[in-house]
Design a protein around this ligand. Sequence first.
Ligand SMILES: [Mg+2]
Length: 359
Amino acid sequence: MKITGYRSLTAFHDWQRPVGDVNGIVESGITEVPVLLLETDGGLTGIGLGLHREIDRLFPAVEGADPRGVATLYDAMLSHVFKSGHAGATFGTIAAVDMALWDLKAKMAEEPLWRTLGAGDRFVSGYASGLCYGLDDAAFAAHYGQWAERGFTAAKIKGGRDLDRDIARLETAREILSRNTSRPALMLDVNEAWNTKQAIRHLAEIAKHVDLTWIEEPVRRWDSAGHARIARAAKTAVATGENLTGLEQYAPLFDAGAVDIVQAGSVWGITHFLRVAMAAHSRGAAGLAGRLQRQPGGARGGGGAEHDRDRGAGLRLSRRVRRGPADRRGRHRAGRPSGSWHRDRRGRGRQCSRRHRLG
Ligand SMILES: [Mg+2]
């Protein structure tokens, strides 16, 4: 089976509430989720999520290849763009393709991806978190109350601008989750909003009120020296890594002893995730957390990662944004309502504008 083309769609995630962190709030609660669909000559389609603006540039690195060689193809993509750099937004495109390749590999093996990856169970331990920075106090408490109903015993909150507000919300989350456990795990994510001395001072104050399991991204993602100083000064674990766009970017943090909880963003791909996990293991780091948002199947109590749990929230695939090289070569014609752009057997493009709904 060979990779023959791609389609690119945009889904809309309706959170039905404001979502965001200290760096910005989406008041409408509607966020875009770019979707990349890799097509094959065997009738299977691989699905990858995340921005992939450079797909035209990256696709030649995988075109015509067997998707089962995903690790080799991942390195081929890195090599393909090496001279101009693979980090940042380019890494997102590599990740979307990588995710679609892994999806194809699992589909070709006729098994779920978690089994292809070697897991023994589809569930993982997780914590409650929902990009709640923009909620008022009542909505915040109601939101975490819903997590508690599902059995969660750990929660992460968003903060970083108002220390008193952050402490009050940690205490609220602790009280709510105490219905499930005598010692809820509590985490604070400030999304790189502090400087080093602020972090040390604020963590000392927080420690007077709650037992913080970890502080996430306390300072800028590249500041290994700052993370290391915080790690030495604070009792809580230091978590970071979800915005690093390349395995090599972790090395300064590891070398400085700056990270206790090694994280990788899900939009950076599965091969990246596996390699970061291996690197973390080699350094004896305590763990690795991904970020998932409303994955099909959801989480059982205490499972999953950062899930939105609002009832009725969902993804809507709606509009064509890009088309593969086959489409540019072929003729445009109105076709069956089966997707956006794709190549037919004779390599001709086909367009569709029908709305699809997922979950
Ligand atoms: Mg985070």
